[in-house]
Design a protein around this ligand. Structure first.
Ligand SMILES: Cc1ncc(COP(=O)(O)O)c(C=O)c1O
Length: 379
Protein backbone atom coordinates (compact mmCIF):
# COMPACT_ATOMS: atom_id res chain seq x y z
CA UNK A 1 0.00 0.00 0.00
CA UNK A 2 2.61 2.52 1.10
CA UNK A 3 4.83 1.51 -1.80
CA UNK A 4 2.08 2.07 -4.33
CA UNK A 5 1.25 5.43 -2.77
CA UNK A 6 4.91 6.46 -2.89
CA UNK A 7 5.19 5.27 -6.46
CA UNK A 8 2.14 7.32 -7.43
CA UNK A 9 3.60 10.38 -5.72
CA UNK A 10 6.93 9.97 -7.51
CA UNK A 11 5.28 9.36 -10.86
CA UNK A 12 3.12 12.47 -10.62
CA UNK A 13 5.98 14.61 -9.34
CA UNK A 14 8.36 13.32 -12.01
CA UNK A 15 5.79 13.96 -14.74
CA UNK A 16 5.40 17.51 -13.56
CA UNK A 17 9.19 17.92 -13.22
CA UNK A 18 8.74 18.79 -9.55
CA UNK A 19 10.39 17.66 -6.32
CA UNK A 20 8.51 15.23 -4.09
CA UNK A 21 6.47 16.16 -1.02
CA UNK A 22 4.64 18.94 -2.79
CA UNK A 23 1.12 19.76 -1.79
CA UNK A 24 0.22 19.68 -5.49
CA UNK A 25 0.90 15.94 -5.43
CA UNK A 26 -1.39 15.52 -2.44
CA UNK A 27 -4.05 17.57 -4.18
CA UNK A 28 -4.06 15.22 -7.15
CA UNK A 29 -4.95 12.30 -4.90
CA UNK A 30 -7.96 12.09 -2.60
CA UNK A 31 -6.96 14.05 0.49
CA UNK A 32 -6.66 12.16 3.78
CA UNK A 33 -8.83 13.62 6.54
CA UNK A 34 -7.24 11.90 9.54
CA UNK A 35 -4.11 10.50 11.10
CA UNK A 36 -5.40 7.00 10.32
CA UNK A 37 -5.84 7.85 6.62
CA UNK A 38 -2.40 9.43 6.42
CA UNK A 39 -0.87 6.28 7.91
CA UNK A 40 -2.93 3.85 5.87
CA UNK A 41 -3.44 5.87 2.68
CA UNK A 42 -6.66 6.16 0.69
CA UNK A 43 -5.95 4.80 -2.70
CA UNK A 44 -8.18 5.77 -5.61
CA UNK A 45 -6.39 2.90 -7.40
CA UNK A 46 -8.20 0.36 -5.23
CA UNK A 47 -11.63 1.79 -5.86
CA UNK A 48 -12.60 -0.74 -8.51
CA UNK A 49 -11.84 -3.64 -6.19
CA UNK A 50 -13.71 -2.51 -3.09
CA UNK A 51 -17.35 -2.01 -2.19
CA UNK A 52 -17.46 1.77 -2.13
CA UNK A 53 -18.80 3.01 1.15
CA UNK A 54 -16.30 5.87 1.19
CA UNK A 55 -17.56 8.63 -1.13
CA UNK A 56 -21.32 9.01 -0.53
CA UNK A 57 -22.12 7.91 -4.05
CA UNK A 58 -25.42 6.59 -5.36
CA UNK A 59 -25.13 2.83 -6.02
CA UNK A 60 -28.24 2.83 -8.27
CA UNK A 61 -27.20 5.41 -10.86
CA UNK A 62 -27.08 6.47 -13.57
CA UNK A 63 -30.82 6.09 -14.22
CA UNK A 64 -32.10 4.35 -17.35
CA UNK A 65 -33.06 7.72 -18.82
CA UNK A 66 -29.58 9.10 -18.14
CA UNK A 67 -27.89 6.05 -19.72
CA UNK A 68 -29.99 6.40 -22.86
CA UNK A 69 -29.24 10.13 -23.05
CA UNK A 70 -25.49 9.52 -22.64
CA UNK A 71 -25.51 7.03 -25.52
CA UNK A 72 -27.47 9.43 -27.71
CA UNK A 73 -25.09 12.28 -26.84
CA UNK A 74 -22.10 10.41 -28.26
CA UNK A 75 -22.74 11.70 -31.77
CA UNK A 76 -22.29 15.24 -30.42
CA UNK A 77 -18.96 14.30 -28.82
CA UNK A 78 -17.05 16.21 -31.49
CA UNK A 79 -18.89 19.46 -30.61
CA UNK A 80 -18.27 21.88 -27.75
CA UNK A 81 -21.17 21.69 -25.35
CA UNK A 82 -21.93 25.36 -24.66
CA UNK A 83 -25.44 25.23 -26.10
CA UNK A 84 -26.36 22.14 -24.11
CA UNK A 85 -24.95 23.76 -20.95
CA UNK A 86 -27.20 26.76 -21.62
CA UNK A 87 -30.20 24.48 -22.16
CA UNK A 88 -29.57 22.72 -18.84
CA UNK A 89 -29.09 26.05 -17.05
CA UNK A 90 -32.42 27.26 -18.50
CA UNK A 91 -34.18 24.04 -17.46
CA UNK A 92 -32.84 24.39 -13.90
CA UNK A 93 -33.89 28.05 -13.79
CA UNK A 94 -37.39 27.11 -14.99
CA UNK A 95 -37.66 24.32 -12.40
CA UNK A 96 -36.67 26.72 -9.62
CA UNK A 97 -38.78 29.62 -10.91
CA UNK A 98 -35.88 32.05 -11.39
CA UNK A 99 -34.14 33.79 -14.29
CA UNK A 100 -31.14 31.94 -15.84
CA UNK A 101 -28.70 34.64 -14.57
CA UNK A 102 -29.28 33.24 -11.06
CA UNK A 103 -27.73 29.89 -12.10
CA UNK A 104 -24.05 29.11 -12.59
CA UNK A 105 -23.12 25.68 -13.98
CA UNK A 106 -19.96 23.88 -12.84
CA UNK A 107 -17.88 20.77 -13.32
CA UNK A 108 -19.58 19.16 -10.33
CA UNK A 109 -20.39 21.44 -7.43
CA UNK A 110 -16.75 20.94 -6.38
CA UNK A 111 -15.55 23.38 -9.03
CA UNK A 112 -17.87 26.02 -7.61
CA UNK A 113 -16.85 25.32 -4.02
CA UNK A 114 -13.19 25.64 -5.05
CA UNK A 115 -13.91 28.90 -6.89
CA UNK A 116 -15.70 30.34 -3.86
CA UNK A 117 -12.86 29.34 -1.54
CA UNK A 118 -10.26 30.71 -3.95
CA UNK A 119 -12.15 34.02 -4.16
CA UNK A 120 -12.16 34.41 -0.36
CA UNK A 121 -8.39 33.94 -0.41
CA UNK A 122 -7.77 36.26 -3.36
CA UNK A 123 -9.96 39.01 -1.93
CA UNK A 124 -8.55 38.59 1.61
CA UNK A 125 -10.59 37.49 4.59
CA UNK A 126 -11.87 34.42 6.33
CA UNK A 127 -14.37 31.62 5.88
CA UNK A 128 -16.44 30.30 8.76
CA UNK A 129 -17.88 26.80 8.88
CA UNK A 130 -18.98 24.05 11.20
CA UNK A 131 -16.56 21.19 11.81
CA UNK A 132 -16.60 18.40 10.75
CA UNK A 133 -18.11 19.24 7.40
CA UNK A 134 -17.30 18.95 3.67
CA UNK A 135 -14.06 20.89 3.62
CA UNK A 136 -13.24 21.53 -0.03
CA UNK A 137 -14.28 25.20 -0.05
CA UNK A 138 -12.18 25.86 3.06
CA UNK A 139 -9.24 23.85 1.75
CA UNK A 140 -9.16 26.09 -1.32
CA UNK A 141 -9.62 29.22 0.77
CA UNK A 142 -6.64 28.29 2.95
CA UNK A 143 -4.50 27.34 -0.08
CA UNK A 144 -5.09 30.95 -1.16
CA UNK A 145 -4.12 32.23 2.32
CA UNK A 146 -7.56 32.82 3.80
CA UNK A 147 -8.24 31.93 7.42
CA UNK A 148 -10.64 29.09 8.26
CA UNK A 149 -12.66 29.60 11.45
CA UNK A 150 -14.26 26.34 12.64
CA UNK A 151 -17.11 25.78 15.08
CA UNK A 152 -17.74 22.30 16.48
CA UNK A 153 -21.07 20.58 15.87
CA UNK A 154 -23.42 20.36 18.85
CA UNK A 155 -23.82 17.22 20.99
CA UNK A 156 -26.28 15.77 18.42
CA UNK A 157 -23.73 16.31 15.62
CA UNK A 158 -25.81 19.15 14.16
CA UNK A 159 -24.46 22.58 13.09
CA UNK A 160 -24.39 24.85 16.16
CA UNK A 161 -25.89 27.98 14.60
CA UNK A 162 -25.76 30.11 17.76
CA UNK A 163 -22.05 29.42 18.19
CA UNK A 164 -21.47 30.06 14.49
CA UNK A 165 -23.28 33.41 14.69
CA UNK A 166 -21.03 34.40 17.60
CA UNK A 167 -17.92 33.38 15.65
CA UNK A 168 -18.52 35.81 12.75
CA UNK A 169 -15.72 38.39 12.61
CA UNK A 170 -15.31 41.65 10.74
CA UNK A 171 -13.26 39.91 8.03
CA UNK A 172 -15.58 36.87 7.60
CA UNK A 173 -16.40 36.79 3.88
CA UNK A 174 -18.24 33.47 3.57
CA UNK A 175 -20.27 31.51 6.10
CA UNK A 176 -20.49 27.93 4.87
CA UNK A 177 -23.34 25.62 5.94
CA UNK A 178 -23.88 22.08 4.65
CA UNK A 179 -27.44 20.83 5.00
CA UNK A 180 -27.77 17.85 5.25
CA UNK A 181 -24.20 17.78 6.50
CA UNK A 182 -21.40 15.55 5.25
CA UNK A 183 -19.96 13.56 7.14
CA UNK A 184 -22.92 13.25 9.52
CA UNK A 185 -26.07 13.37 7.36
CA UNK A 186 -27.64 15.52 10.11
CA UNK A 187 -30.05 18.35 9.24
CA UNK A 188 -30.97 21.72 10.63
CA UNK A 189 -34.44 22.91 11.50
CA UNK A 190 -35.49 24.77 8.36
CA UNK A 191 -36.97 27.82 10.12
CA UNK A 192 -33.88 28.18 12.33
CA UNK A 193 -31.60 27.91 9.31
CA UNK A 194 -33.65 30.42 7.34
CA UNK A 195 -33.49 32.99 10.16
CA UNK A 196 -29.75 32.35 10.54
CA UNK A 197 -29.18 32.91 6.82
CA UNK A 198 -31.22 36.14 6.76
CA UNK A 199 -29.32 37.60 9.74
CA UNK A 200 -25.85 36.40 8.69
CA UNK A 201 -26.31 37.50 5.08
CA UNK A 202 -26.23 41.07 6.36
CA UNK A 203 -22.61 40.47 7.41
CA UNK A 204 -21.19 38.02 4.84
CA UNK A 205 -22.17 35.75 1.98
CA UNK A 206 -23.97 32.68 3.33
CA UNK A 207 -23.16 29.62 1.23
CA UNK A 208 -25.54 26.70 1.78
CA UNK A 209 -24.33 23.42 0.29
CA UNK A 210 -27.41 21.33 -0.51
CA UNK A 211 -25.65 18.39 -2.17
CA UNK A 212 -27.84 15.92 -0.23
CA UNK A 213 -31.09 17.90 0.07
CA UNK A 214 -32.96 15.66 -2.40
CA UNK A 215 -32.57 12.76 0.04
CA UNK A 216 -35.09 14.53 2.31
CA UNK A 217 -38.79 13.76 1.98
CA UNK A 218 -39.64 17.40 1.31
CA UNK A 219 -36.56 19.09 -0.14
CA UNK A 220 -38.65 22.15 -1.02
CA UNK A 221 -39.25 22.73 2.70
CA UNK A 222 -35.52 22.65 3.45
CA UNK A 223 -33.94 24.46 0.54
CA UNK A 224 -32.67 28.04 0.97
CA UNK A 225 -33.20 28.88 -2.71
CA UNK A 226 -36.21 31.01 -1.68
CA UNK A 227 -33.82 33.38 0.12
CA UNK A 228 -31.87 33.93 -3.10
CA UNK A 229 -35.14 34.82 -4.83
CA UNK A 230 -35.91 37.30 -2.05
CA UNK A 231 -32.60 39.03 -2.79
CA UNK A 232 -30.53 37.93 0.24
CA UNK A 233 -26.76 37.52 -0.01
CA UNK A 234 -27.10 33.72 -0.09
CA UNK A 235 -25.65 31.12 -2.46
CA UNK A 236 -27.02 27.58 -2.71
CA UNK A 237 -25.04 24.76 -4.31
CA UNK A 238 -26.59 21.64 -5.81
CA UNK A 239 -25.18 18.62 -7.59
CA UNK A 240 -26.18 15.80 -9.92
CA UNK A 241 -23.66 13.55 -8.13
CA UNK A 242 -25.79 12.27 -5.26
CA UNK A 243 -29.52 11.50 -5.61
CA UNK A 244 -29.24 11.70 -9.42
CA UNK A 245 -26.37 9.18 -9.40
CA UNK A 246 -24.06 11.03 -11.81
CA UNK A 247 -20.91 11.63 -9.69
CA UNK A 248 -18.55 10.57 -12.47
CA UNK A 249 -20.21 12.84 -15.02
CA UNK A 250 -19.40 16.06 -13.13
CA UNK A 251 -22.35 18.42 -13.22
CA UNK A 252 -23.27 20.81 -10.41
CA UNK A 253 -24.57 24.34 -10.09
CA UNK A 254 -25.00 27.39 -7.89
CA UNK A 255 -28.10 29.49 -7.36
CA UNK A 256 -27.15 32.98 -6.25
CA UNK A 257 -27.37 36.69 -6.93
CA UNK A 258 -26.44 37.36 -10.59
CA UNK A 259 -23.66 39.88 -9.78
CA UNK A 260 -22.00 37.44 -7.34
CA UNK A 261 -22.22 34.59 -9.85
CA UNK A 262 -20.89 36.77 -12.63
CA UNK A 263 -17.74 37.52 -10.63
CA UNK A 264 -17.27 33.80 -10.05
CA UNK A 265 -17.89 32.93 -13.67
CA UNK A 266 -15.04 35.25 -14.63
CA UNK A 267 -12.64 32.98 -12.73
CA UNK A 268 -13.98 29.68 -14.10
CA UNK A 269 -11.97 27.36 -16.26
CA UNK A 270 -13.17 27.71 -19.84
CA UNK A 271 -14.91 24.63 -21.27
CA UNK A 272 -15.71 23.00 -17.93
CA UNK A 273 -18.66 21.04 -19.32
CA UNK A 274 -19.08 17.84 -21.30
CA UNK A 275 -21.74 16.47 -23.63
CA UNK A 276 -22.32 13.17 -21.80
CA UNK A 277 -22.68 14.72 -18.35
CA UNK A 278 -24.98 17.47 -19.58
CA UNK A 279 -27.16 15.01 -21.50
CA UNK A 280 -27.41 12.74 -18.45
CA UNK A 281 -28.25 15.66 -16.16
CA UNK A 282 -30.90 17.00 -18.55
CA UNK A 283 -32.54 13.58 -18.73
CA UNK A 284 -32.39 13.19 -14.92
CA UNK A 285 -33.62 16.60 -13.79
CA UNK A 286 -37.32 15.75 -13.83
CA UNK A 287 -36.94 11.98 -13.32
CA UNK A 288 -39.00 11.78 -10.13
CA UNK A 289 -39.33 8.00 -10.43
CA UNK A 290 -35.56 7.49 -10.14
CA UNK A 291 -35.23 10.07 -7.34
CA UNK A 292 -38.03 8.40 -5.34
CA UNK A 293 -36.50 4.96 -5.89
CA UNK A 294 -33.07 6.14 -4.69
CA UNK A 295 -34.59 7.87 -1.68
CA UNK A 296 -36.61 4.78 -0.71
CA UNK A 297 -33.79 2.27 -1.16
CA UNK A 298 -31.32 4.53 0.60
CA UNK A 299 -33.70 4.95 3.55
CA UNK A 300 -34.16 1.16 3.82
CA UNK A 301 -30.42 0.47 3.75
CA UNK A 302 -29.74 3.36 6.16
CA UNK A 303 -32.40 2.09 8.59
CA UNK A 304 -30.83 -1.36 8.46
CA UNK A 305 -27.40 0.09 9.26
CA UNK A 306 -28.73 2.35 12.03
CA UNK A 307 -30.56 -0.60 13.63
CA UNK A 308 -27.23 -2.43 13.62
CA UNK A 309 -25.57 0.54 15.34
CA UNK A 310 -28.45 0.71 17.85
CA UNK A 311 -28.01 -2.99 18.61
CA UNK A 312 -24.41 -2.20 19.55
CA UNK A 313 -25.54 0.81 21.60
CA UNK A 314 -23.13 3.00 19.64
CA UNK A 315 -23.67 6.75 19.37
CA UNK A 316 -24.12 8.31 15.92
CA UNK A 317 -25.58 11.48 14.45
CA UNK A 318 -29.12 11.02 13.06
CA UNK A 319 -28.54 10.86 9.32
CA UNK A 320 -31.09 12.05 6.76
CA UNK A 321 -28.72 11.46 3.83
CA UNK A 322 -26.60 8.58 2.54
CA UNK A 323 -23.83 8.75 5.14
CA UNK A 324 -23.41 8.04 8.86
CA UNK A 325 -20.64 9.12 11.26
CA UNK A 326 -19.92 7.09 14.38
CA UNK A 327 -17.09 7.05 16.90
CA UNK A 328 -14.52 4.47 15.76
CA UNK A 329 -14.97 1.42 18.00
CA UNK A 330 -11.30 0.56 17.48
CA UNK A 331 -8.07 2.24 16.34
CA UNK A 332 -8.82 3.98 13.01
CA UNK A 333 -5.84 2.61 11.10
CA UNK A 334 -6.75 -0.95 12.07
CA UNK A 335 -10.33 -0.34 10.98
CA UNK A 336 -9.19 0.94 7.58
CA UNK A 337 -6.87 -2.05 7.13
CA UNK A 338 -9.41 -4.61 8.24
CA UNK A 339 -12.36 -3.21 6.29
CA UNK A 340 -10.19 -3.06 3.19
CA UNK A 341 -9.04 -6.67 3.68
CA UNK A 342 -12.70 -7.68 3.73
CA UNK A 343 -13.42 -5.74 0.55
CA UNK A 344 -14.91 -2.46 1.80
CA UNK A 345 -13.79 1.14 1.57
CA UNK A 346 -14.88 3.53 4.33
CA UNK A 347 -13.33 6.73 5.70
CA UNK A 348 -11.91 7.65 9.10
CA UNK A 349 -12.09 11.23 10.38
CA UNK A 350 -10.44 12.96 13.34
CA UNK A 351 -12.68 15.15 15.48
CA UNK A 352 -12.31 16.36 19.07
CA UNK A 353 -9.23 14.17 19.63
CA UNK A 354 -11.18 11.06 18.68
CA UNK A 355 -11.39 8.91 15.57
CA UNK A 356 -14.69 8.51 13.73
CA UNK A 357 -15.84 6.14 11.00
CA UNK A 358 -17.73 7.65 8.10
CA UNK A 359 -19.77 5.00 6.35
CA UNK A 360 -21.67 5.78 3.14
CA UNK A 361 -24.93 3.96 2.61
CA UNK A 362 -24.72 1.39 -0.18
CA UNK A 363 -27.38 -1.11 -1.25
CA UNK A 364 -29.16 -3.16 1.41
CA UNK A 365 -27.08 -6.20 0.45
CA UNK A 366 -23.87 -4.19 0.73
CA UNK A 367 -24.87 -2.92 4.18
CA UNK A 368 -25.72 -6.45 5.30
CA UNK A 369 -22.33 -7.69 4.15
CA UNK A 370 -20.58 -4.69 5.69
CA UNK A 371 -22.15 -5.12 9.13
CA UNK A 372 -21.07 -8.79 9.10
CA UNK A 373 -17.51 -7.75 8.27
CA UNK A 374 -17.57 -4.94 10.84
CA UNK A 375 -18.71 -7.40 13.51
CA UNK A 376 -15.59 -9.46 12.85
CA UNK A 377 -13.38 -6.38 12.99
CA UNK A 378 -14.68 -5.05 16.29
CA UNK A 379 -15.07 -8.47 17.96
C1 LIG B 1 -21.49 18.32 0.89
C2 LIG B 1 -20.87 18.07 -0.43
N1 LIG B 1 -20.80 19.07 -1.32
C3 LIG B 1 -20.25 18.91 -2.52
C4 LIG B 1 -19.70 17.69 -2.88
C5 LIG B 1 -19.02 17.60 -4.22
O1 LIG B 1 -19.83 16.99 -5.12
P1 LIG B 1 -19.65 17.13 -6.69
O2 LIG B 1 -18.41 17.88 -6.99
O3 LIG B 1 -19.60 15.74 -7.20
O4 LIG B 1 -20.87 17.88 -7.13
C6 LIG B 1 -19.74 16.62 -2.00
C7 LIG B 1 -19.15 15.32 -2.37
O5 LIG B 1 -19.13 14.37 -1.66
C8 LIG B 1 -20.34 16.83 -0.74
O6 LIG B 1 -20.39 15.85 0.16
Amino acid sequence: MTTRRQWLKSAIAAGAGLPLSLSLVEQLMAAPVSRAERLHGIEPILNGKLVRLGSNENPYGPSEKARKAIIESIVEGNRYAHDVARQLRDAIAKKEGIAPEYVLMGCGSSELLCLTGMSVGLEGGAVLSAYPTFRLLMDYATKFNARWDKVDLDANMVHNLEAMASAVKSDTKVIFVVNPNNPTGTILDSVKLKNFCIEMAKKATVFVDEAYVEFLDQPEKHTMIGLVKEGHNVIVSRTFSKVYGLAGLRIGYLIGQPDTLKKMADRQVWGNNNQAGLAAAKASLEDQEFIQMTRKKNAEARDYFCKYLDSKKWFYGKSHANVVLLPAPKDGKTILEETEKRGFQIRVWDYQDKEWCRVSIGTLDEMKAFTKAFDQIVA
